[in-house]
Design a protein around this ligand. Sequence first.
Ligand SMILES: Cc1ncc(C[n+]2csc(CCOP(=O)(O)OP(=O)(O)O)c2C)c(N)n1
Ligand SMILES: [Mg+2]
Length: 325
Amino acid sequence: MTSTAGEPRRSTDLLTTHRWMVLTRTLDEAIRTLWLTGKGVGGTFNQIGHEAISVGSALGLLPDDVIAPMHRDLGAYLVRGMTARRLLAQQLGRASGVSRGRDANIHGCGDLNLGIIGFISHLPQSLPVAVGAAMSFRYRNQPRVALTFTGDGGSITGLFAESLNLAVLEAAPVVVVVENNQYAYSTPITSHSANTNITSRARAAGAVAVNVDGNDVEAVLETVGRAIGEARDGAGPRVVVAHTMRMLGHAIHDGADYVPAELITQWEKRDPIQLVEARLRELGTSDDEIEEVRVGARTEVDDAVEFALRSPMPDPADVTEGVWA
Ligand SMILES: Cc1ncc(C[n+]2csc(CCOP(=O)(O)OP(=O)(O)O)c2C)c(N)n1
Ligand SMILES: [Mg+2]
C-alpha cells in the first residue's frame, strides 16, 4: 500500500460526507429525545456541532487503519461501519448493543473488526493506546495509521504531553485530533489552560501541529487527510487542533447555563451541517437532493430506535461473560 502525503486517502464526494453528517445529527437528536422522555439508561453525551470533525476525520482513513473515538464522535463510529441500530442499542444498554449491555453510551463501544478501539476516556486515556497501536504498525512495517481524539480539557493533562513525547521519539504513525469546543465540562478553556494555544503545546512535545476550522468539513477532510497521509508515509505523529463549540451541556444532565447565550448564538450561525449544505447548493445540489438525505437519515434512525427499544436488556445470569476481571 503506497500513499502520497497531502492527498485525502479515500475519495469521497461532498454529498456523501453530508449524508454521514446528517445521519450523525439525526441519531444524536434521537438519543437526546430518548433520554428526555425517560427511556435512557445512565447518562449520555450529545455531540451537536462536532459532526464535521468526527465524519471528516474518519473519512480520511483506510479500512486497515484504527480509530479511537471520544464521546463527541458518533460520526466516526458510523463512518467506520457501526450501524445506527447497534449504536442505539448500546446507548440503551441492551443485549444487542456493542458491549452486550455491559456498559452504556459510548463507554466500551469498540469493535476491532471495524478498526474501532473501545472508548476508555478522552482525558486522554485513549491516546497512549492509539500511540501503542501506531508503534506496533511501525515495528511490523505495516502502512497503517491510528487516529484518535481528545478535547481541549484532555489536552492540558500530563498524559497528552507524555503520549506525544513517546509518539515523536518512536515516529509513531498516529494522528491526534483535538476537539477544542471551548469548554471542559463547566470550565472554559481560558480558565483551564494557561496557554490556550493547543498547537504550541503539541509542538513543545516535538509534534507537528496545525489548526483547522472544525465546523468546515471540507477543511477537516483536507487537513486531517493530509495529516493521515504524512503519518502513513513515516513523518511521525501529527496533531490537528479543530476549533468548534460545544452547543449543549457536557452531558444530558447539564443545562450549560454557565455558557453565555451570545456565544451559542454566534456559533449557531456556523452550524457545520448548514455550512456544508450552503456549499452543496453553491456546487449545484438541489433542495430536493438535500431533503432526500434528511428523509433517508430519519428512516434509518427511526428503524434503529424501534430495534433498540424492542431489544432485551442483558440477562443477569451471563453478566460475567466477556469480562476480564
Ligand atoms: C480520568 C478522568 N477524569 C475525569 C473524568 C470526567 N470527565 C469526563 S469529560 C471531562 C471534561 C472533558 O473536557 P474536554 O476534554 O474539553 O472534552 P469535551 O467534553 O469538551 O468534549 C471530565 C472532567 C473522566 N472521564 N476521566
Ligand atoms: Mg472541551
